[in-house]
Structures are given as structure tokens and as C-alpha cells.
Design a protein around this ligand. Structure first.
Ligand SMILES: Cc1cc2nc3c(=O)[nH]c(=O)nc-3n(C[C@H](O)[C@H](O)[C@H](O)COP(=O)(O)O)c2cc1C
Length: 190
């Protein structure tokens, strides 16, 4: 599996003072170590929202990055047993560009480590013809897992979980990319 893959790294929290930045401080340098991936970022904090979802310019940007991607890594917190509204607006901003592509999750939160948000996202992505990866990285009581400088207390465990998740994501990304090239997904069921 040597073909380069483009992965869209999606941050679902746009909250001021968000913990997402601490997660990103660990995650992004680790991802840079996977040298056969190109990363494009979609960050809720950098997008403009209207009551109906993303504004036109943000929607166009998100759609172009989702179209470009072979796979998705979603970084999501849990808000009231679900995922953030900003993430839903990102997801809902387009339809076909998600099709026949894999989605993996890094989640964080309180006691559940964001896993309840992830389970809901699996239902959403089924509707978008996307495949969710079983492996997750989940940070329970996330704020207790990093020192004040943002270094994880258990880097071996976290990095091992991330490596497993990225291996599975790459397998699905290659398999589905090959399949999409062989047969256009939207032509198989008219
Ligand atoms: C509105 C709100 C609701 C929350 N609900 C939950 C929850 O149901 N379960 C949980 O484990 N943590 C919950 N939390 C804690 C967040 O998951 C935690 O603060 C996380 O760091 C938020 O991510 P962010 O700072 O990147 O936005 C909630 C936080 C907020 C702000």
C-alpha cells in the first residue's frame, strides 16, 4: 500500500478555549510521522456559520476538501451525549463527496471519552454511504490525560491506538479508492 492518500482532518469543536487544540497539539505531530499521507484540515473554528449551516464560502471550501480526500479523521468532543452542532453543519454541507470513503474518529470528553458522540456519528455516516472504522482513539476525562504543556501522560498507549486506527483507515482508504476508480459508486444503483 504505497499510493499516497489524502486525509481530511476535521475538527468538530469551534468553541472558544476549546480542548480540541490540546488534542491537536498531540495528534498533528503524530500524523506528520505517517509520511505517505497528505493532510488537509477542516476546522470548525475557521469556518463561518449561519442559522442554516455553513455560509456559502465555507461550504464551498469544505466541499472541495471533502472531495479531495480519500479518507477522514474526525476529532470530536461530546456535548450532551452527542457531537457538536458545528460538526453536523460541516457534515451536512455536501453529500456525494462523502460516498464510498472511510471515516475514523478521535474523540474526547468526560466519562465516556466522546464515544457516545462517535456512536451517533456512525449512524449519520451510514446515510452518507461512508464506512466508519471500528478502532477509535478515545480520551476519557481528556483534561486529565495531558500535562500543562499539552504532552500526553500515556504517549505509548495513545500513539499505539492511533497507529492501529491509521492502519485500518489506510486499508479501507486504499480498498475504496481502488473500487471507486474501477466503478463509479453512483453508477452501481440507479
Ligand atoms: C455543552 C457541553 C456539553 C457537554 N456534555 C458532555 C457529555 O454529555 N458527556 C461528556 O463526557 N462530556 C461532556 N462535556 C464535556 C466536553 O466533552 C469537554 O469539555 C470537551 O473538552 C469539550 O471539547 P472542546 O473544548 O474542544 O469544545 C460537555 C461540554 C459542553 C461544553
Amino acid at each position: 500500500m504505497t499510493t499516497r492518500l489524502t486525509i481530511a482532518l476535521i475538527y468538530g469543536s469551534g468553541r472558544e478555549g476549546r480542548f480540541a487544540d490540546t488534542v491537536a497539539g498531540w495528534l498533528e505531530p503524530e500524523l506528520a510521522g505517517f509520511s505517505h499521507y497528505d493532510i488537509v484540515r477542516i476546522d470548525a473554528a475557521e469556518l463561518a456559520f449561519t442559522p442554516g449551516g455553513l455560509d456559502e464560502a465555507s461550504a464551498a471550501l469544505v466541499e472541495s476538501r471533502i472531495s479531495q480526500a480519500d479518507a477522514f479523521l474526525i476529532v470530536t468532543p461530546e456535548y450532551n451525549h452527542a457531537y457538536p452542532a458545528a460538526l453536523k453543519a460541516i457534515i451536512d454541507s455536501c453529500f456525494r463527496p462523502w460516498h464510498a470513503k472511510p471515516v475514523a474518529f478521535v474523540s474526547y470528553g468526560g466519562i465516556s471519552g466522546g464515544l457516545r458522540a462517535v456512536e451517533q456519528l456512525r449512524l449519520v455516516f451510514a446515510e452518507l454511504h461512508a464506512v466508519t472504522i471500528r478502532e477509535t482513539v478515545s480520551l476519557a476525562h481528556a483534561w486529565t490525560q495531558f500535562d500543562p504543556a499539552g504532552n500526553p501522560f500515556r504517549p505509548g498507549i495513545l500513539n499505539g491506538q492511533l497507529a492501529m486506527l491509521m492502519s485500518r483507515l489506510a486499508w479501507w482508504a486504499h480498498a475504496l479508492k481502488t473500487a471507486r476508480i474501477a466503478t463509479r459508486y453512483d453508477e452501481v444503483a440507479a
